[in-house]
Write a protein that binds this ligand. Structure first.
Ligand code: ZN
Length: 415
């Protein structure tokens, strides 16, 4: 009987996987505009969930496109690709299996763990606990409330000292990018674990404060745990449409909705009815605006594709300190690769990944934060958003090196 109970509780603790049985993820090589037209045609007739790029409008020639197809459409889509001679590979042949294989960590089965994916309830309790256990280093505040009424907890990590410069870092913009919140938790743990023991971290925390927002899009994250593992947007509703949510990383006032974003509420890259229409983005932007004199760097953590991006994404223009940002990114990805050999590409968003307006990194930069970066963590598509828990530690360890590299640079180049 206990075995049955354990199995039932384990099943309840994880999101439902049955709806993804037989679903498939394809990677199609796109050579020219004809190929793009064909994929658009396919997306018009079948419900296709674009993974990379984020939408059909962002596909460029000489790239590849990753998308997720429902089991009932798999045969039609495969026939279409073959008939039109579109080169493709199957990245994931059955989503359900990969989704279940995510939970391959050997950490204890319940409660918070840094090497497991934690649900929101567990993360929220953790923010309280980590602050209570490290009062000299960590404090917790609430910067706003989500659409569904959840508190947005912000952790301030650093040794108390007046007038300190700060670095703002957030995770969990896009609900299904689970490795991202895992990294924010890891960062806080490493800070409290190595302060006073490791010289670089000690210096960083003595001289800088880190504002860490562990999950921006909490409602969406909860939804990925309870209803649909592949949800991306917020969970806001509005009159005039039955479609739910806004892409929070298209919702900032930086070239808002001009490119790489959709005005259709049903699309995954919906920019929203106005900039900062979402309570979550408004809370984040409001906090940064009211702390602009101290915040010297903005870091936002996404997945996947292994990239380190800096402005601009809303246009093919370069930031004023482009050379400096490029060198800093180069150094950070070199550090990152030194641990496990994980290779990142880097550069301005528009040319390195694709143009997309309304992103938080561009917005923060235009607010005057000179060091603004978007991380796209592991992997490059083998597991995509369903990175196995057994890779959390290695991913977080290597990412820490890049973050510390940037933080040290910022500390030595205050403005
Ligand atoms: Zn993202």
């Amino acid at each position: 009987m206990w075995v049955v109970l354990l199995l039932v509780s384990a099943a309840l603790a994880h999101p439902p996987t049955e709806p993804f049985d037989g679903n498939r993820v394809f990677r199609v090589s796109v050579a020219d505009e004809d190929h793009i037209t064909l994929i658009k045609e396919l997306a018009d007739t079948k419900q296709i969930d674009f993974w990379k790029p984020d939408s059909v409008t962002q596909i460029k020639p000489h790239t590849s496109v990753d998308f997720h197809v429902k089991s009932e459409d798999v045969t039609t889509v495969e026939d279409f690709l073959e008939q039109n001679e579109l080169p493709y590979e199957v990245l994931i042949s059955n989503m359900r299996h990969v989704m279940e294989a995510q939970f391959d960590s050997h950490a204890r089965a319940s409660g918070h763990s840094y090497t497991k994916y934690n649900n929101w309830e567990t993360i929220e309790a953790w923010t309280q606990q980590v602050a209570a256990e490290n009062p000299q280093l960590v404090s917790r505040t609430v910067i706003g409330t989500t659409f569904e009424g959840r508190s947005m907890h912000l952790l301030k990590v650093g040794k108390s000292k007046p007038n300190k410069p700060a670095i703002f870092m957030d995770c969990g913009f896009h609900a299904r990018e689970w490795i991202s919140p895992a990294f924010c938790q890891w960062f806080v743990r490493e800070a409290v674990r190595t302060y006073g023991k490791e010289i670089h971290m000690t210096e960083l925390l003595n001289e800088l404060d880190f504002y860490v927002l562990p999950v921006v899009n909490i409602d969406g994250y909860v939804y990925t745990w309870t209803k649909n593992r592949m949800w991306r947007k917020t969970r806001s509703t509005r009159s005039g449409t039955s479609c739910v949510g806004v892409d929070p990383n298209r919702n900032f006032n930086a070239g808002w909705c001009e490119t790489g974003a959709s005005r259709s509420p049903c699309d995954d890259t919906y920019c929203g009815p106005a900039p900062e229409s979402e309570k979550e983005t408004r809370a984040l932007a409001g906090f940064i605006r009211s702390h602009l004199s101290s915040i010297k760097a903005y870091l936002t953590i996404h997945s996947y594709s292994q990239m380190l991006l800096y402005p601009y994404s809303y246009a093919y223009k370069l930031p004023e300190n482009n050379v400096e940002l490029n060198n800093l990114a180069k150094g950070a990805v070199k550090e990152l690769a030194s641990l496990h050999g994980t290779r990142y590409t880097y550069g301005p968003g528009a040319t390195t990944i694709y143009p997309a307006a309304g992103g938080s990194d561009d917005w923060a930069y235009d607010e005057g934060i000179k060091y603004s970066f978007t991380f796209e963590l592991r992997d490059r598509g083998r597991y995509g958003f369903m990175l196995p828990e057994s890779q959390i530690q290695a991913t977080c360890e290597e990412t820490m090196l890049a973050i510390k590299h940037i933080a040290s640079y910022v500390r030595n180049h205050l403005y």
